[in-house]
Ligand binder design. Structure first.
Ligand code: SF4
Length: 493
């Protein structure tokens, strides 16, 4: 029977088929855990006197509540300290592998799974975090789940799931210089809206997607949830296999060969039918930035802040009025004229080594705009170590940026890295909701390249606004291969 990629992975994991409107029960291959959504789930297990069914398929890391400075000191904030200590106790009590602050494999949960080779094609991956969709970049079916579902997976290694619809998102052609995978996904969300993917698993296809590196693909799948989708996927190919080969948890020898045989079947059949399809031309894209308070309120950087009175649809008009007011913007202002106080480069969307390399390429030998705070926060400790081995940290420091330890940091106001009320940020993260980066903070979502150019000029900028004097190759940011992890890097730092 012909099937889409998502349908194939689903079928291969059905433990019990739902009847009479009941959901199917699916087997879960990988359960990622962090401190925010797991405490109640573990408490539920304790109350029911249950164990974790498959601790070997469960891995935990600390990310949301961790500070990015002074990580050797006790965590100052009581709530954050309690969350972290609770996770450590739960991991010990239930025999789960945990990567704590100070461990080389600590970091944002969605960076840790892929870099360890735990995230693989054809797996079902869950985590109590909405951006679990990131792992779909490998051809895995990856969902964010709620606390009660976390408990269910811990106890049974299965999850009841209602069926989904499928949407193909085809991006044809080649990206122009200076545009990246972040601009592709911001353009998609601007086109279909924050509810456009509701009930769907998205499959990204087409020449522009195939040409992206694994890290750039992760950026796209990461933000599927911002279009309301249940998950986002990309069929595995040679780029995927090359990324996985040699990773600590990737199969080896005969197991690698057997895995490859299966992985190569993980593509949508030619005669499979999607429930919906969206098509974009990559050549038409330019760097995108958001002006409003949801990820769908984005425009090409050459645009202007919308004038709400000119928006015909009433709901969109009311939303734009509120967003323009919260963001303290004047309708009609060119987006390039918007000055920022902070530039944040990091998060599970754009805190990987390739992102940091692309930022360093732009910042090298340049000077930070006056009165702009620039935070560069690697997604994981391994990314930090690799960046330091390549000398990227020194480029950031010479530029005037702050170089931090790994974590979610200023993606959300759950740790000390926050915007002050009224502060405005260009951020490479994925959510620009009111107060997301700190109470009263204002967020413009951007790509790492736009973040770098903005850090130089102080207003929202594209790299084409800089005098790059031909020293930066604008075509190779997303395509550059990820250097293999150095096996000599100690596991604990
Ligand atoms: S970086 Fe942001 S979006 Fe990603 S897991 Fe952390 S808080 Fe969530």
């Amino acid at each position: 029977m012909a099937g889409t990629l998502a349908e194939k992975v689903w079928r291969d994991h059905v433990v019990r088929k739902g009847t009479g409107g009941e959901p199917d029960l699916l087997y879960i291959d990988l359960h990622l855990v962090h401190e925010v959504t797991s405490p109640q789930a573990f408490e539920g297990l304790r109350l029911a006197d249950r164990q974790v069914r498959r601790p070997d398929l469960t891995i935990a890391t600390e990310d949301h509540n961790t500070p990015t400075l002074d990580i050797d000191l006790p965590i100052a904030d009581l709530t954050s300290r309690t969350q972290i200590e609770t996770l450590r106790r739960n991991a010990e009590d239930f025999g789960i592998r945990l990567h704590s602050l100070g461990d080389a494999d600590q970091g944002i949960v969605h960076a840790v799974g892929p870099q360890l080779g735990l995230t693989q094609p054809g797996l079902t991956v869950v985590c109590g975090d909405s951006h679990t969709s990131t792992h779909g970049a490998f051809g895995a079916l990856a969902f964010g789940i709620g606390t009660s579902e976390v408990e269910h997976v811990l106890a049974t290694q299965t999850l009841p799931l209602a069926p989904f619809k499928t949407m193909a998102i085809t991006v044809n052609g080649e990206l122009p210089a200076g545009a990246t995978s972040k601009d592709i996904i911001l353009a998609i969300i601007a086109k279909i809206g924050t509810g456009g993917g509701q009930g769907y698993v998205l499959e990204y296809r087409g020449e522009a997607i195939r040409k992206l590196s694994m890290e750039a693909r992760m950026t796209i799948c990461n933000m599927s949830i911002e279009a309301g989708a249940r998950a986002g996927m990309i069929a595995p190919d040679e780029t995927t296999f090359a990324y996985l080969k040699g990773r600590p948890h990737a199969p080896e020898g005969a197991e690698w060969d057997a895995a490859m045989e299966y992985w190569k079947t993980l593509r949508t059949d030619d005669d499979a039918v999607f429930d919906a399809e969206v098509v974009l031309e990559a050549a038409d894209l330019e760097p995108y930035v958001t002006w409003g308070t949801n990820p769908g309120q984005g425009l090409p950087i050459s645009g202007r802040v919308p004038v709400p009175e000119e928006i015909a649809d009433e709901n969109a008009r009311v939303a734009a009025e509120r967003a323009v007011e919260y963001m303290d913007l004047v309708p009609g202002t060119p987006l390039r004229d918007i000055a920022v106080d902070t530039v944040f480069i990091g998060s599970c969307t754009n805190g990987r080594i390739e992102d940091l390399r692309s930022v360093a390429k732009v910042l090298k030998g340049r000077t930070k705009a006056e009165n702009v705070r620039v935070l560069v926060v690697p997604a994981s400790a391994r990314v930090r170590l690799q960046a330091e081995a390549e000398g990227l940290d020194q480029i950031f420091l010479d530029f005037g940026a702050e170089w931090r330890n790994a974590g979610c940091s200023m993606c959300l106001g759950m740790n000390p890295d926050q915007l002050a009320p009224g502060e405005r940020a260009a951020s490479t993260s994925n959510r620009n909701f009111e107060g997301r980066q700190g109470k009263g903070g204002r967020t413009h979502l951007v790509s790492p390249l736009v973040a770098a150019a903005t850090a130089v000029r102080g207003t929202l900028s594209a790299v084409s606004d800089l005098d790059l004097a031909g020293d930066v190759d604008l075509t190779s940011f997303d395509g550059s291969p990820l250097a293999p992890l150095d096996p000599s890097v100690p596991m604990h730092v």
